[in-house]
Design a protein around this ligand. Structure first.
Ligand SMILES: [Zn+2]
Length: 311
């Protein structure tokens, strides 16, 4: 019999070319790419964990056939999640009972967490992402200058415009500068299926929650999010996803899954060495998106670790 799943770590190097997925912001007509600083002081290119987590949450919603498993806010992808729900009862409910109700009523609030301000009830996400950070010697950046043209002006044909037409075209034109980046990105994510449906005030699993179905939904959302890279400026800089390879680590007992960073060349070897000294740790290497899908498919039917709560 296969062992239960406590936590899943996804460690990968993804090659994304010619994208502008995440930017510092735009000053005037210049958009600045995200820069991160690594431990040795070197500067690198990055895509934030917020961006990746948002993309996973979106895919939880996308791949669920029945949207009624989400609360009212999550059905329409409002970021407030459980905070958008009105008063949950005419009388003041105890916080634990409120949390029970929210977790039972919404798969996305359960998986991705929320902060409900009405009663100050936080729910820590079961899915976490680090920055996707480019390997310091494996990224390129370029800034391209673009001009927005009046469509009519570009398709007018070969005839010479009159002086009046020329000035109208200049007014409709705007020059702007956008970054384009390519790189091999180190990705770290951890998923804690043992916490699905767990009320962390009472430390009891909420009754009536199909924990396995939510687990499978989160795995499917991982498949969907890595199917392509999403983020900013994809309407004109849809990334070329060249490669993804790495390892999926599975902790089958109540012990945190280790996450050696793919910024280091030896991350998979280290993980495999750890496996020899850590009972209950499984490591599955993968190459390519198809390889990642195969590993995630194999994990779909596993049972989830359940805390032994006693009395
Ligand atoms: Zn929700």
């Amino acid at each position: 019999m296969s062992r239960t799943v406590f936590e899943i770590g996804i460690l990968a190097r993804a090659v994304w070319d010619l994208h502008s997925l995440n930017n510092e912001g735009t000053v005037g007509n210049v958009t600045e790419p995200r820069t991160v600083v690594l431990a040795d002081g070197s500067k690198s290119d990055g895509v934030s964990g917020e961006m990746l987590k948002h993309h996973h949450a979106f895919n939880v919603w996308l791949v669920a056939n029945d949207k009624s498993i989400f609360c009212e806010a999550c059905q329409t992808l409002r970021p407030q999640r459980a905070d958008a729900l009105g008063t949950l009862s005419k009388e003041k409910e105890k916080e634990a009972a409120i949390l029970d109700k929210v977790l039972k009523g919404c798969a996305l609030c359960d998986l991705h967490g929320f902060l409900r301000t009405a009663e100050a009830i936080p729910r820590h996400s079961t899915v976490e992402f680090g920055w996707a950070a480019a390997l310091p010697d494996s990224f390129q950046r370029d800034v391209h200058t673009h001009a927005r043209h009046e469509v009519q002006g570009r398709t007018r044909g070969q005839g010479q415009p009159s002086q009046g037409e020329e000035s109208a075209e200049a007014a409709a034109q705007m020059v702007y500068h956008r970054p384009t980046r390519s790189g091999t990105y180190a990705i770290v994510s951890v998923f804690a299926p043992w916490r699905i449906g767990l009320n962390e005030i009472t430390y009891r699993y909420v009754e009536g929650v199909d924990r396995k179905a939510r687990y499978q939904l989160a795995l499917d959302a991982y498949k969907a999010m890595f199917a392509r890279a999403e983020g900013a400026m994809t309407s004109t800089r849809l990334p070329h996803v060249e490669d993804i390879r790495g390892a999926v680590a599975v902790s089958t007992s109540n012990f945190p899954v280790p996450l050696p960073s793919p910024l280091s060349d030896s991350y998979i070897e280290r993980l495999e060495t750890m496996k020899e000294h850590c009972d209950g740790l499984e490591v599955y290497r993968f190459e390519g998106l198809d390889g990642l899908y195969r590993v995630l498919e194999q994990l779909r039917d596993r049972d989830l670790f359940r805390l032994s709560l006693g009395k």
